[in-house]
Write a protein that binds this ligand. Structure first.
Ligand SMILES: Nc1ncnc2c1ncn2[C@@H]1O[C@H](COP(=O)(O)OP(=O)(O)O)[C@@H](O)[C@H]1O
Ligand SMILES: [Mg+2]
Length: 252
């Protein structure tokens, strides 16, 4: 198999990372039939499963807790978790609609987010070669980039709304990722844009502007009703946005 394509969506909270992750996954399943596709919800706030219409049976955090309970003293917990994880993940990853799904889960104990991010980083390393396409819906902010969760990412997407604040975060992500992510490409996506005439730069925060996506009432309606991205009409604005992004990245 060739080099896997690992796409991660990062950015401020509420800018559309989950919506666009789901849209990109739908387009990949349609345009790359037969490809091995993995969706990862890396945000402890969850949401990608709903956007994709997937039932989550066991999260990475569930696996971690169960293995940690089973491990006897003196064993290397991380190694055991990884071995178990590799086996379990294929059970946890429900194959449906042409993709597998893995969620990081919501660590119950306070302060174990960095532990789960460490497992996530190693699990991504273990899994990337098994898939043609991996789409990671990232946690808001730069923590997962700092913790090298995104080190295997080949296409880093920085999503923002039109706000100055959101675009500043793109600059920060671009800067931090230069050392910590070996991405072939770092691109910006402006989502839910109300004033396209106010966008003058082709580079946003130093990243190439890949797509400008207007507000999508059909997507908003879909979200209100709790329906998945697979219920959207083919010509919806957000799906067109996802097509544009993938085309600009040379994936479609
Ligand atoms: N292009 C769009 N048009 C209309 N609503 C959108 C669009 N993109 C995202 N939304 C809505 O904005 C909210 C936040 O989107 P979400 O994808 O959950 O963001 P994030 O994952 O970055 O926090 C959701 O209610 C979603 O339906
Ligand atoms: Mg989200």
């Amino acid at each position: 198999m060739g080099h896997s394509c690992v796409i991660a969506l990062t950015g401020k909270g509420g800018v559309g990372k989950t919506s666009l992750s789901a849209a990109i996954l739908r387009i990949l399943t349609e345009e790359k039939p037969g490809a091995k596709i993995l969706a990862i919800d890396a945000d402890p706030a969850v949401g990608l499963s709903v956007a994709l219409g997937v039932d989550v049976k066991e999260t990475l955090d569930d696996i971690r807790l169960r293995v940690a309970r089973d491990v006897t003293e003196g064993l290397n917990e991380t190694q055991d978790i990884l071995a178990e994880a590799k086996f379990r993940l294929f059970e946890a990853m429900q194959e449906q609609r042409g993709f597998a799904f893995l969620a990081i889960g919501r660590p119950e104990a306070a302060g174990c987010y960095c532990a789960i991010n460490t497992y996530l980083r190693q699990v991504i390393s273990l899994l990337v070669d098994e898939f043609d396409y991996v789409v990671i819906d990232g946690e808001a902010g730069i923590e997962q980039i700092n913790r090298r969760v995104m080190e295997k990412v080949t296409h880093l997407l920085c999503v923002s709304d039109q706000s100055r604040k959101g675009i500043q975060i793109i600059s920060t992500i671009k800067e931090v990722s230069e050392k910590l992510v070996a991405a072939d490409k770092v691109g910006a996506v402006l989502n839910r844009v109300l004033m396209p005439e106010r966008i003058t730069e082709t580079e946003i925060g130093g990243a190439e502007l890949l797509a400008v996506i207007p507000p999508d009432p059909m997507h908003a309606e879909n979200d209100i009703e709790g329906r998945s991205v697979f219920d959207l009409p083919e010509e919806s604005t957000i799906l067109n946005g996802a097509r544009t992004i993938l085309a600009k990245l040379g994936i479609l």
